[in-house]
Structures are given as structure tokens and as C-alpha cells.
Design a protein around this ligand. Structure first.
Ligand code: NDP
Ligand code: 2IT
Length: 450
């Protein structure tokens, strides 16, 4: 049997049978590393593929807490500590009602290779809870974060597993999670990143994923003697990654014209009003319908009116598209529309926002496609800078962090492109990224013995 089908069958026999998102990520990585597997037989001899597809540990815990009405609420919490061959487990925490072991396993699996691609020494993990932060008071958010950490703190450690932000977990939540860990352990350890500056957070971490995404895209466009200047760009999402991507696109002279949230999408042909967007999503935490109410040039399309399964923003003609909301938000129908409207580049800010079918369609139609594990790695890379500053007590200014982020993103592109050349993959950055990440993890696994 082919080694990919064999590995997928093995994974299916374990507890993860039926894990749709995890199998999607698994299939993409395993399919694209074939050239490396064929060139290096010692990976097969040492059963690296069979070993890399199983999480080292899956932790499931119950979170019990009291809401503002003094009622008991119960949520499920998880942490998937997938692989620590390269360093301590590292990855974000997601609070969203859709969180389940399948979603977290796909995210943790992807994180292993993303973290390897940064060239830094961190393993891959992801965690979260099926908690919906929408409509909760600040006090409820704090109580939930405290209960989450209380249920789970003994599996965390500055050299064991370091948490971070993701959907529904920003500086506010990270601050509460950190505060509870400190209280429970009487330490001030760097067990979580994306902390507020007042708690030892890093300058530039909040903007790092969005800025890094645009730096990566800029680097690859320069390599093709192109640029973002004056180009129409479409973005999905209206959270941390999307907002900072829009900010950096403006800084480079591009024209970002869309954004979206869980209620609908905005098309603002004159360019998104960034100050208004920040006010509505970050300060007031409202739906994007409020954006259109304040801005005459913008149209708001409710989610129910989208074509089947697809985000409205992909209907808008653009030079570059940046999916920055969530997994599988850009399907084959959206890909066909983007291609027929002449898109040149698609760069993933979110994790696995593009379906496998859509990625193939972009490849077949000559669209340059930058996969998440390369394009959005700036966030976790600056998380490691935060850890390093916490350990050394030597803090960097915003300009220093930004210079490091630019270099990290440019280096990621260079290393992936070199891998593409080595394996004659042309501009297949998906395969280049997967092979680069896989080899780094596999070589570390070999060096450690069984
Ligand atoms: P945020 O919570 O800040 O924002 C998420 C945005 O996406 C919100 O606008 C939200 O809408 C929207 N969204 C979330 N889920 C859905 C859904 N199911 N359908 C439609 N819209 C949705 O998260 P981030 O910006 O941090 O994360 C966005 C993506 O980027 C995720 O895939 C995350 O894993 C990835 N990522 C994040 C990094 C980080 O540093 N934060 C690093 C690397 C990747 P609403 O406002 O209505 O909730
Ligand atoms: O998907 C990701 O890389 C993140 N959510 C950031 C993880 C981190 O630990 O900073």
C-alpha cells in the first residue's frame, strides 16, 4: 500500500477516525512530502511518517465556572501537545463554540511544521475551549480564563508547553490566563505569549501575524518583480490578523477593500476605513453592520446572502487575496471566481482557510499561493522573541522587533524557495514549505533516537 494511504489508515484506526479537518491537513502534508520521502529512505526506515501523525499527548479537561447570574456553566477544554522534537510545545489557545478535538488536532499538526519553518526551536501544540466569548461581560471573560487555567495549569511550563493567542484569545484573555497561572504557582514564568506590555509582552506581537503576512507577500512579489503598490486587495476576517494585514497593506501603498466577520462582509471600494474598523471590532466589539451604518461608501452583505459555503469577499475582483478569518472559508467556488477575476496571489493569514480543491485550482491556474504555515508564521515567531525577552529581561523596542520580523519572513521565503529549487517544484510553495518543515522535525526526531 502507498505510504500516504497507509499513514492515513493508521490515523483513522486511532481515536481520530472521522476527524475531517485533521485528515485534510494530514493529507496535504503527506502528499506533498513525497519527494523528500523518496530521496531519503532513512525516514521510512525509521518510520518517521507513522510516528509524526500521532499527537504525543491529548489533554481533555472540564471547565466549571460561575457566570454573572451566579449560574454554573460547564465547557470542554483541550490541549493537543503534538510534537516536541524541536523544542518545548508552543501554540495558541482558541475560544470559539466550534472548538473540538478535530479542529485542535489539525491546528496543532500544522503548528509543528509552521514552527519548524521559522527556524526557531519550538515544538507544535494547540489548545482551546468550546466557550463562546460573544456577549460575555469582562468579568465573565476573566472568570472563564481563570477556570480554564485552573483546570489545566499543571500541564504548562516555560520549558514544557507555552500557550499563545488565537481566535477569541487576545491580550485581554492572555492577561487573565497569565494572572491565574501566577497566582496558582507563585511564579512569573513565560508560560504564555501575546501578553499585554504591562505583563512582559513584546512590542510588535499584537501586529506580528498580519504584518508578517504582508511582509511575506511583499518578499515573494519582489522575487517576481512585482509589488503591492496601488493594487486592490481583498481580506476576510476583522480580527487581529485581518486588521493588522490591512494596516500594513496601506503602509505599502495597496488598497484593501474588504473585510468580514461571523455576521457578514464589507465591501468598501474606496478602501477600508481602518480607524473605523478598529473602533467597531476592537473597542466596541460590534458586528460589521455598524461599519456600514457609519460609512456611506461601504456595502454590507449579510452572511446568509453569500453563495453556498463561501465568503462574499471572494466575489470582489482583486490582485491579491488574504483569507484571515478561519479554516475552509475559501472553497472551490470562491477560487473559480477569484481566478476569473484575475487574482495573482493568494496568501493565507488564517490557518488552512483554503480547501484542498481550491488550492489545486489556484496551482492549475498559475496563481501564486502562499500557505499559512509560511505566510502567517510571523505571529509565533514574535511569540518566541517574547519568550526570549522574558528570559533575558532584555526588552526590544518596536523598531527592533519589526526589523527582526521582516528578516524572519524574508528568510522563510528564501528557505522555502531554495527547497522548491532543490526538489524542482517551481513555485509550489505548499510542497516547499511542507518539505522544509517536515525535514527539520524528522531530522530532530532521528537525532534523538527512539
Ligand atoms: P480573532 O478572534 O481576532 O478574529 C477572528 C475573525 O474571524 C473575527 O472577525 C471573526 O468574526 C472571524 N471569524 C472567526 N470564526 C469565524 C467563522 N467560523 N465564520 C466567519 N467568521 C469567523 O482571531 P485572529 O485574527 O487571531 O485569527 C484569525 C485566523 O488567523 C485564525 O485562523 C487563527 O488560527 C489564525 N492565526 C492567528 C494568529 C495570531 O497571532 N492571532 C497567528 C497565526 C494564525 P467575529 O468578529 O464576528 O467573531
Ligand atoms: O496559529 C498560530 O500560529 C497562532 N495562533 C500563534 C501561536 C503562538 O503561540 O503565538
Amino acid at each position: 500500500m502507498d505510504y500516504i494511504e497507509n499513514a492515513l489508515n493508521l490515523a483513522k484506526q486511532s481515536s481520530c477516525a472521522g476527524d475531517y479537518n485533521f485528515f485534510q491537513a494530514l493529507r496535504e502534508v503527506l502528499t506533498s512530502i513525497r519527494p523528500a520521502i523518496e530521496r531519503h529512505p532513512h525516514y521510512t526506515e525509521n518510520r518517521i511518517v507513522e510516528r509524526i501523525i500521532y499527537p504525543n499527548r491529548e489533554i481533555h479537561f472540564t471547565i466549571e465556572w460561575l457566570n454573572d447570574r451566579n449560574e454554573i456553566e460547564i465547557n470542554n477544554g483541550y490541549r493537543i501537545q503534538f510534537n516536541n522534537a524541536l523544542g518545548p510545545y508552543k501554540g495558541g489557545v482558541r475560544f470559539h463554540p466550534t472548538v473540538n478535538p478535530d479542529i485542535l488536532k489539525f491546528l496543532a499538526f500544522e503548528q509543528i511544521f509552521k514552527n519548524a519553518i521559522t527556524g526557531l526551536h519550538i515544538g507544535g501544540a494547540k489548545g482551546g475551549a468550546d466557550f463562546n466569548p460573544k456577549g460575555r461581560s469582562d468579568q465573565e471573560i476573566m472568570k472563564f480564563c481563570q477556570a480554564f487555567m485552573t483546570a489545566f495549569y499543571n500541564s504548562v511550563g516555560a520549558d514544557i508547553d507555552i500557550l499563545g493567542g488565537d481566535i477569541g484569545v487576545g491580550e485581554r484573555e492572555v492577561g487573565y490566563l497569565f494572572g491565574q497561572y501566577k497566582t496558582l504557582t507563585n511564579t512569573y514564568n513565560s508560560i504564555i505569549t501575546s501578553k499585554p506590555l504591562s505583563l512582559g509582552g513584546s512590542e510588535g506581537r499584537n501586529s506580528a501575524t498580519g504584518y508578517g503576512l504582508v511582509y511575506f507577500t511583499q518578499t515573494l512579489l519582489e522575487d517576481m518583480e512585482e509589488s503591492l503598490k496601488g493594487k486592490i486587495c481583498t481580506i476576510s476576517g476583522a480580527g487581529n490578523v485581518a486588521i493588522h494585514a490591512i494596516e500594513k497593506l496601506y503602509a505599502l501603498g495597496a488598497i484593501p477593500v474588504t473585510c468580514s466577520d461571523s455576521t457578514g462582509a464589507i465591501h468598501d471600494p474606496n478602501g477600508i476605513d481602518l480607524a473605523l474598523l478598529k473602533e467597531i471590532k476592537l473597542v466596541k466589539r460590534l458586528s460589521l453592520s455598524a461599519y456600514a451604518e457609519s460609512r456611506k461608501s461601504a456595502s454590507y452583505i449579510r452572511k446568509e446572502a453569500y453563495p453556498e459555503g463561501s465568503n462574499y469577499v471572494w466575489q470582489i475582483p482583486c490582485f491579491a487575496a488574504f483569507p484571515c478569518a478561519t479554516q475552509n472559508e475559501l472553497d472551490i467556488h470562491a477560487a473559480q471566481r477569484l481566478v476569473s477575476n484575475g487574482v495573482h496571489v493568494v496568501a493565507e493569514g488564517a490557518n488552512m482557510p483554503t480547501t484542498l480543491e481550491a488550492v489545486d485550482y489556484f496551482k492549475q491556474n498559475g496563481v501564486v499561493f502562499a500557505p499559512a504555515k509560511a505566510a502567517n508564521a510571523g505571529g509565533v515567531a514574535v511569540s518566541v522573541l517574547e519568550m526570549s525577552q522574558n528570559h533575558t529581561h532584555n526588552y526590544l523596542c518596536a523598531e527592533e522587533v519589526d526589523a527582526k520580523l521582516r528578516k524572519i519572513m524574508a528568510d522563510i521565503y528564501t528557505h522555502i524557495k531554495r527547497t522548491c529549487d532543490e526538489y524542482e517544484l517551481d513555485m509550489d510553495l505548499v510542497s516547499g514549505a511542507n518539505i522544509l518543515g517536515f525535514k527539520r522535525v524528522a531530522d530532530a526526531m532521528l537525532a534523538q533516537g527512539v
